[in-house]
Design a binder for this molecule. Structure first.
Ligand SMILES: [Fe+2]
Ligand SMILES: [Fe+2]
Length: 519
């Protein structure tokens, strides 16, 4: 019978709600519950009111999530950001409740003071400011909107959300693209000014401007900005550390070449250090052109090869003398040593508490590309000596993963391009352009750019920037026929073999057979 076949009990039933949806629903319910509790605490329990607050809070959070999902589709799988947003919004309320409780007791003890005056000193703008610093401005604006509406619900005030929204939006925009921790204080100052202005406007609206409360409200509004700046300065490092997030501020700190890891790289592998700085120059302008954070791109370039600190002498750029370390070891072992710099880099980055974005880029900066020099060498050895074990291509590939983000793909391309460009005897713009085209096309054919979000238009833009930057770097190195410089040996030193995966050598290359190319 047809029906008995279908319902024989062996076919696994598809759950009505997927695992991902149930996790997200649980997160939504958890934060809705926490927010409701912080709004309703201290009030007399009325079933209908509680249900109303619960529905409104749940609806606002759902709208918030839906908009985030539309604006940043990647958030669908990014539970960390969903939880961070939830913590920012509920934490904001919990902190505000705690402060309100303290201020309320203080005003009662003073006597004769309106117990609602401290609402002008509630630090509800910390959520939007932290969101602008840790996530993006869009999330910060949404957070300011939802926080303001919920604050109106909490304080039973139709006017207060205006004050709160103005402070929250100012807090978010006040720290946009801020480069120093001190910028948080500037953001706080803006919050003070806008809060004071809005408070005056509200007093005028309420027809209470000429009351004795106005100077107090003004003072509280100004203090509000200061309080927000203090709290954000204290909380930002906690969020950065706990969620392993990078803000422009922390990235700028890492951009300082006096950082211990960069100093160690300079001491142990000076040429890798130089290569990393050049890759940093390459990626910065290209990043700007394709709408990626240029600061993150430059910092990632600086740190992408830190794993070479462990065994620098095995990498061509740090090799001294004509004999390569790889001459005395099997190609498989050479490939293993080179591949290991990715894992070592990730370990070092974790030890030094680098942001997760940087750790991911270090891990992805070679994708699953092949060490073709050693792969070909191993195959040649096997062909001439059949007693050696067969050569597996996978053994010569980096473990990956492939670049997952546009920044990671940018570093991946710039890394290969910079290393290969050093093989050109005369790096003129046409030669550089041809070389870059060849390298990037090989990456595309090898499927290395399949998992990032770069479009063909982005890639064309990136290639143009690479040619421009490399041409300006190498411009000084091109010899002019009439000016022979004595003892100039830059162009005669042995260099790397061409880009991995390339079968043919480039026309003017200065390759050295003992120097496998590693980027
Ligand atoms: Fe590199
Ligand atoms: Fe590398």
């Amino acid at each position: 019978m047809k029906n008995s076949k279908i319902n024989n009990g062996n076919t696994p039933k598809k759950p009505l709600v997927s695992k991902e949806t149930s996790i997200k629903l649980s997160i939504l319910l958890l934060f809705t519950g926490l927010l409701c509790a912080s709004i309703l605490i201290g009030r007399e329990f009325i079933f209908e009111t509680t249900l109303g607050v619960l529905f409104i809070t749940g609806l606002l959070l759902l709208i918030f999530y839906k908009d985030l999902n539309r604006y940043t589709p990647a958030i669908e799988q990014d539970y960390k950001t969903i939880i961070l947003v939830g913590i920012l919004i509920t934490g904001n309320f919990i902190i505000a409740r705690a402060f309100f409780f303290i201020y309320e007791i203080s005003t009662i003890s003073l006597g004769g003071v309106d117990p609602m005056l401290p609402i002008y000193l509630l630090p509800l703008a910390i959520g939007p400011m932290l969101a602008a610093l840790l996530i993006d401005i869009h999330t910060a604006i949404l957070l300011a909107v939802v926080t303001s509406l919920l604050a109106g619900l909490w304080l039973n005030s139709p006017i207060y959300p205006i004050y709160n929204f103005a402070a929250g939006i100012t807090a978010a925009f006040g720290v946009i693209r801020c480069k120093r921790r001190s910028a948080i204080w500037r953001g706080g100052l803006y919050v003070s000014l806008v809060s004071a202005f809005t408070a005056v406007a509200i007093s005028l609206l309420n027809n209470t401007f000429f009351s004795l409360d106005t100077p107090v409200i003004l003072a509280l509004s100004i203090l509000n900005g200061l309080q927000v700046a203090i709290l954000v300065s204290a909380l930002l490092p906690v969020f950065e550390k706990f969620f392993k997030l990078s803000t422009d501020i922390s990235l700028l700190e890492l951009l300082d070449l006096n950082q211990p890891l960069m100093q160690e790289l300079l001491a142990e592998a000076p040429s890798t250090y130089h290569h990393s700085v050049v890759v940093g120059n390459l990626v910065e302008s290209a990043a700007e052109a394709v709408g990626v954070n240029p600061l993150l791109a430059r910092v990632s370039a600086y740190y992408h090869d830190i794993g070479k600190i462990k065994m620098p002498e095995y990498f061509v750029e740090n090799q001294t003398g004509d004999i390569s370390r790889h001459e005395s070891i099997a190609p498989r072992m050479s490939a293993l040593v080179l591949i290991s710099h990715v894992k070592e880099g990730v370990e070092l980055a974790k030890q030094h508490n680098l942001p997760q974005a940087l750790i991911d880029i270090i891990e992805q900066h070679h994708g699953t590309s092949i060490q073709s020099y050693f792969y070909q060498k191993a195959k040649e050895i096997h062909e001439s000596d059949n007693t050696t074990p067969p050569v597996q291509e996978e053994d010569f590939r980096y473990p990956g993963p492939k670049p997952k983000t546009r920044v990671a793909a940018l570093i991946y391309m710039a890394d290969s391009v910079e290393a290969a460009s050093r093989t050109l005897a005369e790096p003129t713009p046409p030669k550089l352009s041809a070389l870059i085209d060849r390298i990037v096309n090989n990456k595309i054919i090898d499927g290395q750019l399949d998992e990032c979000e770069l479009t063909l238009k982005d890639i064309r833009e990136i290639k143009t920037h690479f040619v421009f930057i490399l041409s300006s770097i190498y411009h000084k190195r091109i010899k002019y026929p009439d000016f022979e410089i004595e003892n100039e040996d830059t162009d005669t030193k042995p260099a790397a073999v061409p880009e991995a995966g390339d079968k043919k050598n480039n026309g003017g290359s200065r390759k050295h057979p003992n120097h496998p190319k590693t980027a």
